[in-house]
Design a protein around this ligand. Sequence first.
Ligand code: ADP
Ligand code: ZN
Length: 220
Amino acid sequence: MILIMLGAPGTGKGTVASKLSEKLGIPQVSTGDIFRKAIAEKTPVGIEAEKYMSQGMLVPDEVTIKIVEERLKDSDVQNGLILDGFPRTIEQAEALDKMLKDADKNIRLAINLETPEEEIIDRIVSRRICSNQECKTVFNTKLNPPKQDGICDKCGSELKQRKDDNEETVKNRLVSYYKQSAPIVDYYKEKGLLYSSEVSIKINKMAVDVVEEVYELLTK
Ligand code: ADP
Ligand code: ZN
């Protein structure tokens, strides 16, 4: 089963992907996480990616597509995966279609999370992530605070803020999203693969609620 997460930064793609990954027993593949690991390890890809990520810009398609192509060859993803943060451009979506066609595989669903723009910046600057790389649980100091300040409920590790989760970078990330990534929502809609759901405090709906909806849809 191949699932794709779509939506602006801060809508909760990672949270939905990680919970669905647990429930469905298929790995979550996050291009953002792959780049952050490469940056921490100072690999050539990491050094290249950091130039863009620190500005809130998308890493060039050429680099990103190659990374996903390599990851899709790993044995753990052969029975399915949840792509979190890829594709983010039409060119990436077309490249993914080609990779899957060559491997005789199909996308089951593209899950699109919609959050009002005015909520997004607030959500991102209040986001805190567990520093334990095996855990990476996401908290929010306002919407979903940890029981103890700065400490992960799940594993007790320190919570950290992502470097690019500041107001200025977020604004650029939103511009990149609307310009380059939003068009792929229609790309999947036209293919009949789109499932859109709203995540907003206005309707009291969080990413975890979408997990239940999607799980039911996929297993009924
Ligand atoms: P968010 O969805 O909150 O922006 P991610 O972890 O998915 O967080 O992405 C963080 C950054 O990593 C992006 O701003 C971008 O610079 C880079 N990135 C991640 N995925 C892609 C992609 N598919 N194409 C280009 N850049 C990407
Ligand atoms: Zn943790």
